[in-house]
Design a protein around this ligand. Structure first.
Ligand SMILES: Cc1cc2nc3c(=O)[nH]c(=O)nc-3n(C[C@H](O)[C@H](O)[C@H](O)COP(=O)(O)OP(=O)(O)OC[C@H]3O[C@@H](n4cnc5c(N)ncnc54)[C@H](O)[C@@H]3O)c2cc1C
Ligand code: SF4
Length: 564
């Protein structure tokens, strides 16, 4: 097979981590090929909100935009914890089985140029510094081999590139510079949560958001349509396609190939990654990889490494430690919604515009290790139109239903919470022993187990959410759902853990494989811990740009491209 040799580096995957690494490498003068499995989306065509049934459309899923996965049987549900059941007023109990069930695909993601950031809400968070030191400070989980201070300049750089709007102060998350844009004004439901939190001693503040509070870098200001996770039609949300990839293409050094899934990575006996194979149309092409940056996400990156086993690497690439696929961490989330008589316009405004970090530090929840955060979630979970009220919050038929929806529309108030998920032995990603994709490659098989600590954290999140909604004036709850009976992950981490010890981790503190000196991994798979509910994309960007700097500092370029 002919081998193409044109590029200084090849990046696999164009999501939060791949896009940021590709941009930085181009900025440093390297010629980069970015291979993306999924299609390119067009915001004006694909994210329309003008059709009468707009509310029933979620993020679009054109052919090739979803990776297939399989999910191993999930935990039996202990009736003693049934207070955590998912339910709503119209349907009743949402999981009737005796075991935990996958909600939709289980792992919510997008294959496409921009990856899962196309679908994301756009929360833009730095890690709590102490959440990176769980083992040394609290005796659980795993320490990061780097500190918050190592990431801080990269956080600032990425916030500037993306255009993050945030408040002046975020407590433990100290900053060397202010956010590039001021925080967004709070929506009506967020204002109600802020007020309700005060008597309970909860401190809420504007959330830091990858959504523009003013026009920035050629992109328009947010119009507060509230549909960020349906895809932003005007391009102010800081998804990777309109930020890092746009900038990378502008450099003239980035070659982007959508619909080009990588199927195999090859390494020499001496450990060098020399080529990879990808699919273009119906043809498998081979390309040389002087540097390979793998950023296919915490589910697909381990799959690709494990499936690229061969004579010299029987357990898969980068897997001498046996840690590829291990330490998978999922999204431990909870959401409660109530109707608040007198509250109006709760469908209006930016998704997740307010946040409470009070319980985010690893020791902030009484009696538990591993924190959580609370956020305003009315728009995020879809109480933005009448259909959601009719299907989830108001029972009855005909005139009774119509009158009920009219009377209550705009009064739904939701609070969401996400928490630390500590790695455990029973939660991991492997190659499915039976199921394969159309190319004959085994699907990634996800195993998930909630330990007692996770369930107790969920109980805290549920009880605090209920207290808050009561204080906000909710006369009744209409819907609750969470991770106890649903496997429904939007933030996934681990599977190629970062560390100093090559026997216990996959990559070093600069995201470089312990075994293959020209292989870097720059997606959420390198996280040693999940954090106490922080949304991960900003940290993924920061890690990826930091890794790209390490690559560039060790790459000798021809004189014409030095010093760019
Ligand atoms: C509904 C939703 C809401 C979210 N909200 C937020 C939020 O508010 N804030 C936040 O920070 N995070 C949020 N997230 C999470 C965030 O989107 C992800 O954590 C982040 O995008 C992960 O980045 P990544 O680089 O690890 O992987 P991804 O962004 O998933 O990118 C991986 C890319 O690799 C590609 N790929 C996979 N396999 C191959 C292959 N074999 N060959 C070539 N390409 C391949 C994929 O197609 C994809 O484009 C949300 C996610 C979802 C689904
Ligand atoms: S609320 Fe703002 S960021 Fe979200 S989709 Fe609408 S315009 Fe885009």
């Amino acid at each position: 097979m002919a081998v193409n040799k044109r590029f200084d580096a090849v990046v696999v995957g164009s999501g939060a981590g791949g896009a940021a690494a590709a941009w930085r490498l181009c900025e440093k003068g390297l010629h980069v090929l970015l291979l993306e499995a999924g299609p390119r989306f067009d915001p004006t065509r694909d994210y329309t909100l003008s059709q009468p049934d707009w509310e029933r459309h979620r993020f679009p899923e054109p052919p090739g935009s979803q990776g297939k996965i399989s999910i191993a049987p999930l935990d039996r549900l202990d009736p003693a914890d049934a207070d955590l059941r998912s339910w709503n007023r119209v349907v009743g109990t949402l999981v009737r089985e005796e075991t935990r069930q996958a909600m939709g695909p289980g792992y919510h993601h997008v294959q496409g140029v921009g990856g899962s950031t196309l679908h994301f809400v756009g929360e833009s968070h730095r890690m709590h510094p102490d959440a990176m030191k769980l083992r040394s400070q609290h005796g659980v989980g795993c320490d990061w081999p780097i500190d918050y201070a190592d990431l801080e300049p990269y956080y600032a750089l990425c916030e500037n590139l993306v255009g993050v709007a945030g408040p002046p102060d975020q407590g433990a998350r100290w900053r060397s510079t202010s956010f590039p844009l001021p925080a967004h004004p709070l929506s009506p439901p967020a204002q109600r949560l802020v007020a309700a939190g005060r008597p309970l001693g909860m401190h809420w503040q504007p959330n830091s958001r990858a959504a523009l509070s003013a026009a920035y870098d050629g992109r328009p200001a947010c119009n507060y349509c509230g549909n960020c996770n349906r895809g932003c039609p005007i391009g102010d949300k800081g998804s990777a396609d309109v930020t890092f990839i746009r900038k990378g293409l502008g450099s003239g050094r980035l070659t982007l190939k959508p619909a080009s899934p990588v199927v195999r990575i090859r390494a020499t006996a001496s450990g060098r990654i020399d080529t990879l194979d990808y699919l273009e149309g119906k043809t498998i092409r081979r390309i040389e990889t002087p540097i390979l940056v793998l950023a296919a996400g915490a589910v697909q990156s381990p799959r690709l490494l494990l499936n690229s086993h061969g004579r010299h690497y029987r357990k898969g690439l980068a897997n001498g430690s046996g840690q590829v696929g291990r330490n998978f961490m999922e999204t431990l989330s909870w959401n409660s919604t109530g109707l608040v008589p007198g509250l109006a316009q709760s469908h209006v405004g930016l998704q997740s515009d307010a946040i409470c970090w009070d319980f985010n530090a690893p020791d902030a929840i009484p009696g538990l290790i591993g924190g959580c955060r609370f956020n305003s979630s009315t728009q995020e979970i879809g109480f933005t139109g009448p259909i959601a009220y009719a299907l989830r919050a108001i029972s009855g038929f005909g005139k009774q239903l119509k009158d009920g929806v009219r009377a209550s529309f705009g009064s739904a108030l939701s609070v969401g919470a996400i928490a630390e998920f500590l790695p455990n032995e029973e939660t991991f990603v492997e190659l499915d022993p039976q199921k394969k994709d159309r190319l004959g490659i085994p699907l990634p098989r996800l195993h998930s187990h909630l330990s007692r600590q996770e369930i107790e954290r969920l109980k805290f999140m549920a009880s605090q959410s209920r207290r808050l909604l009561k204080e906000a004036g909710a006369t009744e709850l209409v819907e609750e759902f969470g991770a106890w009976d649903h496997f429904s992950a939007t933030h996934v981490f681990g599977t190629c853990r970062m560390g100093n010890d090559s026997l216990a981790s996959v990559v070093d503190p600069h995201c470089r494989s312990h075994e293959h000196s020209n292989l870097y991994i720059t997606d959420a798979s390198v996280f040693p811990s999940s954090g106490g509910g922080e949304s991960p994309s900003l940290t993924i960007h920061a890690l990826a740009v930091r890794a790209a700097d390490a690559i560039a500092s060790g790459t000798v370029l021809p004189p014409s491209r030095r010093g760019v």
